[in-house]
Design a protein around this ligand. Structure first.
Ligand SMILES: Nc1ncnc2c1ncn2[C@@H]1O[C@H](COP(=O)(O)OP(=O)(O)O)[C@@H](O)[C@H]1O
Ligand SMILES: [Mg+2]
Length: 406
């Protein structure tokens, strides 16, 4: 022992410093003294508790008596989970450690119970358990929704396949009769069935224009369905890009004239050979030309520039994926109009199938929004890229594509 500090004093100080509750009981479990922590936790002061049975401060006397019986039998007990009741009626969960104290003759004269307050742990445990239960309920919900989603997804895939088949089938079925009609129209117009007067010629021309338009739409649907089923193919040979562009322009010259549009062409070279599917490339150029004309005002300019550029010098917009592009020289084709332009938020979307920039129904020009996605596929198949630019609505649009020179 340290000088001047008796064991009794040391014991009292220790009790006062302890977070655990200490109960000193007589042989019959009547409270003799308690420490500060017990007073604070249970809300009674020591003299309110003194002389009372310890089990008058518990919520469940039966269970507590079990503990006391055990203590009697074994003289010492560790880690027994139980509870006390505070003065205000709250339960305090505790872990009890206890010992019976005997004198030299073996007679019990006291019991010491130390109670560790684990209410906080309990509350935490409860919160955890509740949280866990909520989580697993949520998880079950997620699993259910995943199953639902998988089901609807499978259904959508099936519907999409049906739609593709339907479009492909319908387009074939439509194409045959329209082609036949066009054949007979030509015969009629050529006088094969007898002479035609001017009015009849005029009518035949109108029917012809409309069936041309119908055929264009059918062909676009067919091409799109080929793209979606992965059967859209190109057949290259060495062709002159410049020649193809010139022929394409000639094919639609009538509508350029109709709007009195001035077409300005700048070619960097006399000949521009490359590996090209001339039918598909012409289709791409015509699509771009058609759009430029369609969205242009009368008496405006359309400018076509074709240059040769090193891969490193080409300025791509950020959204273009350059992966897979050959590092070689490219032909750079651009077509710029002075028409209504494209709002910035639609500049990428114009290449999506069926996308058309929002316009009032009355001013809606012809078309179903397949020209650009098909054009893009053609350019991709040629190892190139295509993109659009516009300084905004009313300020014209510029479409640019590149294809490898080699
Ligand atoms: N030169 C252009 N000027 C302004 N808008 C354009 C131009 N070219 C295309 N667009 C916009 O992109 C949309 C999609 O074009 P496209 O795929 O060719 O379909 P369509 O011509 O059948 O509408 C057009 O409807 C239009 O809104
Ligand atoms: Mg178009």
């Amino acid at each position: 022992m340290i000088n001047n500090l008796s064991e009794g004093d040391a014991f009292k100080i220790l009790q006062r410093l302890m977070n655990e509750m200490v109960f000193i009981l007589d042989a019959d479990f009547n409270i003799n003294s308690v420490n500060l922590s017990a007073e604070k936790t249970l809300g009674y002061n020591e003299n309110e508790m003194q002389g009372k049975k310890i089990n008058s401060f518990v919520p469940d006397t039966k269970m507590f008596d079990k503990f006391l019986d055990k203590l009697k039998q074994k003289n010492t007990i560790s880690n027994f989970e139980s509870a006390f009741l505070t003065k205000t009626g709250n339960e305090v969960f505790v872990v009890l450690n206890a010992e019976r104290i005997t004198d030299a003759a073996g007679k019990v004269y006291a019991n010491i119970i130390i109670a560790n307050n684990i209410s906080y742990n309990k509350a935490f445990e409860m919160a955890l358990r509740n949280g866990y239960e909520e989580l697993s309920a949520f998880n079950d919900m997620l699993i259910d929704s995943k199953k639902e989603l998988e089901k609807s997804n499978a259904k959508l895939i099936e519907l999409d396949r049906l739609k593709d088949n339907f479009i492909s089938m319908i387009s074939h079925e439509l194409k045959t009769p329209v082609t036949a009609m066009q054949g007979f129209l030509s015969l009629l117009a050529g006088g094969a069935a007898g002479p035609v007067n001017d009015e009849q010629k005029n009518f035949i021309g109108i029917v012809r224009n409309n069936s041309d338009r119908l055929l264009r739409l059918i062909n676009e649907l067919l091409d799109m369905s080929k793209i979606e089923s992965g059967t859209f193919s190109v057949d290259y040979s060495v062709e002159d890009l410049r020649g193809i562009i010139d022929t394409s322009i000639n094919d639609i010259y009538a509508i350029i004239q109709k709007k009195n549009i001035k077409l300005i062409k700048n070619y960097e070279l006399e000949k521009m050979p490359a590996h090209i599917d001339s039918y598909r490339m012409s289709q791409a150029v015509i699509n771009l030309l058609n759009n430029a004309i369609k969205f242009s005002i009368y008496n405006s300019n359309i400018t076509i520039n074709v240059t040769v550029e090193d891969f490193d010098r080409i300025q791509f917009p950020a959204y273009i994926d350059k992966n897979g592009l050959k590092r070689c020289k490219y032909y750079r084709f651009s077509i710029k109009d002075e028409g209504r332009g494209i709002p910035a938020e639609s500049i990428e979307k114009v290449f999506d199938k069926f996308f058309q920039v929002n316009i009032s129904e009355t001013s809606k020009p012809q078309g179903i929004g397949l020209g650009l996605p098909i054009t893009r596929e053609i350019i991709l198949k040629h190892g190139g890229r295509i993109w659009a630019a516009s300084e905004g609505e009313g300020k014209g649009a510029e479409f640019t594509f590149i294809i490898p020179v080699e």
